[in-house]
Ligand binder design. Structure first.
Ligand SMILES: [Zn+2]
Length: 233
């Protein structure tokens, strides 16, 4: 180990000099992450060691991309019990796919879509919404401090338009309806990308809408008959 570097429990290797630099991120992991990492090393990584090495030796080839919300309760890797290398994931507030806009500005979700479809050749894209979505609620309720002038207010502005079109008798029903309507909108927006539209038309790419009920741990999918829970065997 080079001089001046120390290695302590919970510290990031080689970054200890950052202690002297004001404003640098903390180097000690929060205890729950530190504990989780240790469980990963002795549990999942130990079990999947060969698979990780195999995946590191070549390019990733995930069969599926998931567009999910950033919500801590709706993690696609957990819901689909995914193994390393299985899902290519982009997450943002409310799992939103923008319309195709090649305006040379930076578009995070569009860049991820482009990479997944054109570079990785995924065979399916799942848009995964979920219940009790804070992003959707921000659009419906315009709760302070998440006003229209904040980042999130601007981000969910298109959902506000969707909410205006949805009729519901009670708040819970309205939120669920808008959460699902937002997934449908994102699916429609996916087809504005020419290289997605052509692959869907050619049968090489499948677009799937899904919505996760956090309380029940239940996944619903959008089909020809509307939204239905996925049947369990
Ligand atoms: Zn959400």
């Amino acid at each position: 180990m080079p001089a001046g570097m120390t290695l302590r429990r919970g510290r990031v290797r080689g970054l200890t000099t950052a202690d002297t630099i004001a404003g640098m991120p903390r180097q000690t992991l929060p205890a729950h992450l530190d504990d989780g990492y240790r469980r990963f090393r002795t549990g999942r990584y130990a079990l999947e060691r060969d698979r990780y090495r195999e995946l590191a030796a070549g390019p990733q080839r995930p069969p599926t991309m998931v567009v999910a919300c950033s919500d801590s309760r709706s993690a696609p890797e957990a819901i689909f019990d995914a193994r390393p290398g299985e899902l290519f994931v982009v997450r943002n507030v409310a799992a939103m796919v923008p319309v195709y806009a090649p305006d040379r500005r930076a578009h995070a979700a569009s860049a991820a879509l482009e990479y997944a479809v054109l570079a990785l050749g995924v065979g399916s894209i799942v848009v995964l919404g979920h219940g009790r979505c804070g992003g959707i609620a921000a659009a419906i309720d315009e709760r302070a401090p998440l006003s229209a002038t904040d980042f999130i207010g601007t981000w969910v502005a298109s959902i506000r338009d969707l909410a205006a079109d949805v009729e519901a008798s009670e708040a819970a029903t309205l939120h669920t309806a808008v959460e699902r309507r937002s997934v449908e909108q994102s699916l429609a927006n996916l087809t504005t990308f020419p290289w997605i539209r052509s692959r869907v038309a050619g049968g090489r790419l499948e677009l799937i809408g899904a919505w996760f009920d956090i309380a029940l741990g239940e996944l619903h999918a959008l089909g020809a008959g509307g939204w239905r829970p996925i049947e369990e065997a």
